[in-house]
Design a protein around this ligand. Structure first.
Ligand code: FCB
Length: 485
């Protein structure tokens, strides 16, 4: 019989091994799983308000109870341990930590809120699971939105203060702090298309939010380093692998525009200390960018220890010339208002043939490889983590089991794609599967299941899906099966 160590280092011929020390985990976010929205001093976030507004979320679902993880975290950690998962990425709910925050002051720290996460970290460590903490995964305190939300500079300043509080409390045990999750969604879905909280549809506000989120990252990164000098500071972006299936020059220009709005408007300030001139030109009719103050770019351009990349599906664009209906298959929900600020009337997103998940998202693992290699090419030396990847399917529990063959295949192919990038030189240090549990999928409520563990929302019963067992074997072997097809 071989030991775990031997299996890790000597993969069978039909396997492809990941580098030693590769970190395997799963990811979740506070509002999507915790519930207990009014417990231990928590005050409402923008997602409480949004989900309780009729018509905003499918079936009127809310995160009031969600997976009841706030009460069941010990059981959930035990399950992670049984599956042999090495790391867990979760987010901290800001309204639990400083529930009285206003635009002017952070307000008192709520020790009960902090204690929840401190215990969570202790229990994870006791189970041999490394915590990775996201400081902001979209649950902005409602009081800050009432004062302008991410269109207000003060939100970025308060975020940094909050980040410092969390890093000071957990930094002795947590090695990785991710400032923001997917600021693209916070800005454009929250303030332009309105399909996410706070549900505003003001293009200029969305670009203001982009900048203040970038600023929040920069100020937050410095704050985390002050409070926890040994910590790794990360930022998680949902970068897009943008291509066109068209051949006109305008199609290539559509790629440039979408790449600018989705990728470079975040990557450039954070990693180069500048905003892309073409994005500023594309959006000149929407805003003059005067919200960028002198010195801001230096504040945003902090050293980054690791970049978190979330990848689910490819982005294919075409120029739209105004003739015929505009195709809007960008995968970001239906709205009369486009999230593509400044390019609303020139870009379209054709429906792609081929396999799709229950979200309607096309499946193309090549995008994972291309994205990781592009970042590596443009920012050599920058360490990478896949902080989210996974798929929703319409799972059914049959006799205590979930045979989610499609999800397992999706994961296998995307892990192989990560490994392709690693073998081509990209310094990818780990992979977090989205998601550990089925959960509140934002505007889709509980109708979309991303978990490798099924949750029965009526009973809170957890059922390990086949994909979780498959993932557990990948983790224990530090290798993926080599066979394709
Ligand atoms: C990402 C979010 C995450 C989850 C997945 C499916 O955009 O970060 O919370 O909703 O998509």
């Amino acid at each position: 019989m071989t030991t775990t160590e031997e299996r890790r280092t000597v993969p069978a011929a039909t396997e492809r091994a990941f580098p030693p020390g590769f970190v395997w985990g799963t990811a979740t976010a506070s509002y999507q799983i915790e519930g207990a929205v009014a417990e231990d001093g928590r005050t409402p976030s923008i997602w409480d308000t949004f989900s309780h507004t009729p018509g905003r979320v499918v079936a009127g679902d809310t995160g009031d109870v969600a997976d009841d993880h706030y009460h069941r975290f010990r059981e959930d950690i035990a399950l992670m341990q049984r599956l042999g998962l090495a790391s867990y990425r979760f987010s901290v709910a800001w309204p639990r930590i400083t529930p009285q925050v206003t635009a002017d002051a952070l307000g008192p720290v709520n020790e009960a809120g902090l204690a929840f996460y401190s215990t969570l970290v202790d229990e994870l460590l006791a189970a041999g699971i490394e915590p990775a903490v996201t400081l902001y995964h979209w649950d902005l305190p409602q009081a800050l939105e009432d004062a302008g939300g991410w269109t207000a500079r003060s939100t970025a300043e308060r975020f940094a203060e909050y980040a410092e509080v969390v890093a000071a409390a957990l930094g002795d045990r947590v090695r990785t702090f991710i400032t923001l999750n997917e600021p693209w969604c916070s800005a454009y879905l929250g303030y332009a298309s309105g399909v996410h909280a706070p549900g505003r549809t003001e293009p200029a506000a969305a670009l203001t939010a982009v900048h203040h989120l970038n600023l929040a990252h920069g100020l937050g990164a410095a704050a985390v380093r002050r409070a926890a000098p040994g910590a790794r500071v990360a930022l998680t972006l949902n970068l897009a692998w943008v291509r066109t299936d068209g051949t006109r020059a305008a199609d290539a220009d559509a790629v440039r525009r979408v790449d600018g709005l989705q990728n470079r408007v975040f990557l450039d300030p954070v990693l180069r200390g500048s905003y892309p001139a073409d994005v500023q030109a594309d959006t000149a009719e929407v805003t003059d960018w005067s919200f960028v103050r002198e010195g801001d770019l230096a504040l945003i351009h902090q050293p980054l220890d690791v970049l978190g990349v979330n990848y689910y599906s490819p982005t294919v664009v075409r120029a739209w010339d105004g003739s015929g209906p505009r195709a809007e298959n960008d995968g970001h929900g239906a709205s009369a208002h486009s999230p593509w600020v400044g390019s609303e009337r020139v870009v379209e997103f054709p429906e792609l043939p081929g396999e799709k998940t229950a979200m309607g998202w096309s499946v193309d693992p090549r995008g994972m490889t291309e994205l990781l290699l592009r970042i590596h090419r443009e920012h050599p030396g920058l360490e990478l983590l896949v902080t989210e990847n996974g798929a929703a399917y319409d799972d059914v529990v049959v006799a205590g089991q979930v045979h989610d063959v499609e999800r397992t295949r999706y994961l296998r192919d995307h892990l192989a794609a990560v490994l392709d990038a690693v073998e081509a030189g990209a310094p990818v240090r780990g992979y977090y599967l989205w998601s550990f549990l089925d959960n509140f999928e934002w505007g889709y409520g509980f109708s979309k299941r991303f978990g490798v563990v099924h949750v029965d929302y009526a009973t809170q019963e957890r059922t390990v899906k086949d994909s979780a067992l498959w993932y557990a074997s990948v983790v224990s072997r530090n290798a993926v099966p080599a066979v394709a097809g």
